[in-house]
Design a protein around this ligand. Structure first.
Ligand SMILES: Nc1ncnc2c1ncn2[C@@H]1O[C@H](COP(=O)(O)OP(=O)(O)OP(=O)(O)O)[C@@H](O)[C@H]1O
Ligand SMILES: [Mg+2]
Length: 231
């Protein structure tokens, strides 16, 4: 479904990605793990069309997407939930959710009901402004907004960051639920243990390079991986 081939990304003189290759098959949850600065967010932004690779290419369902605009990427069925849950703080929950569907012509009230089924709390908070939600609620809103675009591939950047354990568990449950409904997921996480537990396969990034990739249960069993990433 998604294929990155030898992607290089430069920020000025800094080479943040040094030729990474990665594949995701339809229906999979794939996790991308690595230390701070490894290039995880950069990889997601390259897929979303927010930054351009200097070399290499990205294909989605057989089409090159590495030189199209971010909104064209969304139209193809890829939605990103960026790091730090960037919701609109002055808009209500309902308005935030509606914005997630702005590129679709066939939006319906059913979509809102579908989101409330996943996140009942958002229904209770419908007319409250985004900025007054708790951190965990804001993350749910950010994911709900991305789902309003009915993506086939969801890119999640550190969805559990800064959340209390109860919210962390809820977010990981929801990721699996969304996946069961047919959405493929590329998951960036510091919480490597949980990420590998919910994903089918994982890639390990170190300073812009993929240093290991395998089925998640094998990464969880790998002594070196455990020492370096699973504490
Ligand atoms: N706009 C930018 N300008 C210059 N350097 C950048 C920019 N964005 C990221 N970088 C650098 O690129 C490298 C990769 O950053 P990136 O944000 O992709 O890492 P990450 O794996 O997501 O880290 P974290 O876990 O801290 O979110 C880092 O060294 C970072 O300093
Ligand atoms: Mg990041």
């Amino acid at each position: 479904m998604l294929k990155l081939s030898k992607i290089h990304i430069h920020y000025g003189k800094i080479e943040a990605l040094k030729g990474i290759s990665l594949e995701l098959n339809q229906g999979e949850i794939v996790s991308l793990i690595g230390a701070n600065g490894a290039g995880k967010s950069t990889a997601l932004m390259a897929i979303s069309g927010i930054i351009r690779p200097s070399k290499g290419h990205i294909e989605f369902e057989g089409k090159r997407i590495d030189s199209i605009s971010p909104d064209a990427v969304v139209r193809l069925g890829i939605s990103q939930v960026p790091e730090g849950r960037r919701i609109f703080p002055r808009l209500t929950v309902k308005e935030n959710l509606s914005l997630g569907a702005y590129l679709r012509k066939d939006r319906t009230e059913n979509d809102l009901e579908h989101i409330f089924g996943i996140f009942p709390i958002l229904k209770e908070r419908l007319n409250q402004t985004g900025g007054t939600l708790s951190g965990g609620e804001q993350q749910m809103l950010a994911i709900g907004r991305a789902l309003m675009g009915r993506p086939r591939l969801l890119l999640l950047d550190e969805p559990s960051l800064g959340l209390a354990p109860i919210f962390v568990n809820k977010i990981f449950e929801v990721i699996q639920e969304i996946n069961r409904e047919g959405v493929s997921v590329l998951l960036v996480e510091q919480n490597a243990h949980l990420a590998l537990q919910v994903s089918h396969r994982g890639y390990i990034l170190e300073t812009g390079r993929v240093v290991n990739h395998d089925e998640s249960h094998r990464l969880l069993d790998n002594e070196e991986v455990r020492e370096a990433y699973l504490g």
